[in-house]
Design a protein around this ligand. Structure first.
Ligand SMILES: N[C@@H](CCC(=O)N[C@@H](CS)C(=O)NCC(=O)O)C(=O)O
Length: 228
């Protein structure tokens, strides 16, 4: 079986997701910090998206795979990790839905709300990326902060319900994606609902070092930007 090479940027929660997953799944991998290198000709030749996290293994048709959720889905399929990604179509559909909802709805709000505080560039087409004045950018950012509450509540009420995790009694790949994402909200001192605080604590307790070690890089970066 080909070795997995994981390319990462450590302060990122997109990257934290896959870093936590690979550790929790106890897969054999090497980790490479590519901070500042993703736009190099050499990286672009391997991954024209210039994105991280990105895994490379000889088993993949193009040798490379990006998108945090697709990476976790692929590795669960490849290694039979049903405990993180159930094979039954219905529970699997809920995990997929939660991850798509996160990437397609929740994360864009979160990026607009937190990236200015994190000193991350916003995406082209966003108010924050434009030459709009400071007040207009702040108005857009605040609107994104306010928009976070609704999808957060959907994660609690719909995806979790009376279970501890989206995955049930134990964390699924959707939980790894959600808990990692919530870490960025500390950058804006977002008032997380109690259930979400309890949830992140339960994730860290359940996954132990596999969670804490990558989380420390994100938390350390947040402390650093707050100290500036
Ligand atoms: N939806 C993607 C987002 C990946 C992403 O935005 N990665 C950023 C870091 S947070 C990146 O690698 N940026 C470097 C670049 O674009 O050059 C995922 O979940 O993996």
């Amino acid at each position: 079986m080909a070795t997995i090479k994981l390319n990462v940027i450590k302060p990122s929660v997109n990257n934290m997701t896959v870093r936590v997953f690979l550790r929790a799944a106890k897969l054999d991998f090497t980790e490479h910090d590519v901070y500042g290198q993703t736009r190099s000709a050499e990286y672009l030749a391997r991954a024209p998206s210039h994105l991280t996290p990105m895994i490379e293994t000889a088993d993949l048709p193009k040798g490379a795979l990006w998108e945090s959720c697709a990476i976790m889905q692929y590795l669960c399929n490849k290694h039979g990790l049903d405990q993180f990604y159930p094979k039954d179509p219905e529970p699997r559909a809920m995990i997929d839905s939660a991850m798509f909802y996160l990437i397609g709805t929740f994360y864009p709000y979160l990026a607009r709300a937190t990236y200015p505080a994190l000193n991350f560039p916003q995406y082209p087409g966003e108010v924050g990326f434009s030459d709009a004045d400071v007040e207009t950018k702040e108005k857009a950012r605040k609107a994104a902060v306010e928009a976070l509450a609704e999808p957060l509540e959907v994660f609690r009420a719909f995806y979790m319900g009376d279970k501890s995790f989206i995955g049930g009694d134990s964390p699924s790949i959707a939980d790894i994606r959600l808990a990692s994402t919530l870490e960025f909200l500390a950058a804006i001192d977002y008032s997380l609902p109690d259930w979400a605080k309890t949830y992140v604590t339960a994730m860290e307790k359940s996954l132990g070092e596999a969670y804490s070690e990558p989380a420390a890089d994100v938390r350390g970066y947040i402390d650093y930007v707050k100290s500036l």
